[in-house]
Ligand binder design. Structure first.
Ligand code: UT7
Length: 332
């Protein structure tokens, strides 16, 4: 059976840099608190009128296509992971498809938040294994900054979440033992309201009301402490699950790319696994937490920096809203 491999990756980050000092002008926070609790020094926020989810995804996709050395028209399926699409309906996959001139091919949207890219990669992997598709564009893109509560009440989320896009091309390989070795997906809906955006909810009398706006239901709500405690357990567990499934040891990992939730979470996992610094990739310091986009952005940057080499064992892992979490082990 064929396996799938990532043949190219790209990313796009809005050019508007928002520093911790900039945030301190908007809410009661400060650079030292943010760095101590999250490791984030600055992040990117979109420019309204310039950046959209679609425009950012197009840029990331073009870079991934070029680096994969394929023609855009070779793409036969799109999987788009985002919880912040340009429209409420339809999903963002079709908008990206239209911009790339790929009308007619299938476009699927995935709404698993921070784990969205791992879920998307897992779906792409199954389609390629069965031979259904041969060049899948997998994207993670988010604009979180427009739904952050920038008052003191929302400051614990506002300092973390940010905007950006990443994309990869997945294609089949015949090389034995190479490509995506396995993916592992989990969720526990008992915790759905620990990290969520309540409105616009469809099961109300009207989908959008003045009351919802006044109650702040459109903003992201996060019980940071609970999320943190579950994240450190689930990240560790799902990484070990991927290793065990493939009879690999922690020491076999060449690079761990964790979802960039909070640098302190990544460091906790690194310490638990006893991995040296050069085996863990972090860029949250510059970009904040871009939800479904963190992993493809990190893959793209890690490739640029020569941190991923042919034959390396790469572990991806994510945890977030849902709760949903997952991992993927890739022999590059
Ligand atoms: O993407 C995946 C999903 N998300 C995550 O994985 C995020 C997981 N959670 C976290 O990263 C952390 O919980 C946060 C960074 C969000 C918050 O850090 P924390 O250490 O859990 O802080 P806390 O919410 O327990 O708040 C501690 C104190 C509180 O003050 P008091 O009550 O001790 O006086 C907060 O009011 O820090 C205060 N605080 C802040 N102070 C300055 C909360 N946010 C801020 C802030 N600036 N931005």
């Amino acid at each position: 059976m064929k396996t799938s491999r990532i043949t190219g990756a790209g990313h796009y980050l809005p050019d508007r840099i928002v520093t911790n000092d900039d945030l301190a002008q908007m809410m009661d926070t400060n650079h030292d608190w943010i760095v101590e609790r999250t490791g984030i020094e600055e992040r990117r926020w979109f420019t309204p009128g310039k950046d959209t989810i679609t425009s950012m995804a197009v840029e990331a996709a073009k870079m991934a296509i070029e680096r994969a050395g394929i023609k855009t028209l070779e793409i036969d399926f799109i999987i788009f992971a985002t919880i912040t699409p340009d429209y409420f309906i339809p999903g963002n996959g079709v908008l990206l498809q239209r911009e790339l001139g790929l009308q007619g091919i299938g476009a699927l949207d995935i709404r698993n938040a921070c784990s969205g890219f791992i879920y998307a990669l897992s779906v792409a992997d199954q389609y390629i294994k069965t031979g259904m598709y041969k060049a899948i564009l997998v994207v993670g893109a988010e604009i979180q900054s427009s739904a952050l509560d920038k008052s003191n009440e929302g400051r614990s989320s506002a300092v973390i979440f940010a905007d950006g896009a990443g994309a990869v091309i997945m294609q089949p390989t015949d090389s034995p033992g190479r490509g995506v070795l396995s993916t592992h997906l989990h969720a526990d809906g008992d915790f759905a309201e620990e990290l969520y955006v309540k409105d616009p909810g469809s099961s109300r009398e009207v989908r959008i009301s003045q009351e919802m706006i006044e109650e702040g239901g459109f903003n992201l709500h996060m019980n940071g402490n609970t999320v943190f405690k579950h994240a450190i357990v689930r990240f560790h567990e799902v990484i070990l699950e991927a290793l065990q499934a493939n009879k690999k040891d922690i020491a076999d990992i060449d690079l761990l790319i964790p979802h960039q939730a909070n640098l302190r979470i990544s460091q906790f996992i690194q310490q638990k696994l006893q991995l040296p610094d050069e085996k863990v990739f972090n860029n949250i310091m510059k970009y904040g937490n871009t939800t479904a986009a963190t992993i493809p952005i990190a893959i793209s940057e890690a490739m640029e920096l020569g941190r991923i080499k042919e034959g390396d064992l790469i572990c991806l892992a994510a945890f977030g809203s849902g709760f949903a979490w997952g991992s993927a082990l890739i022999q590059w």
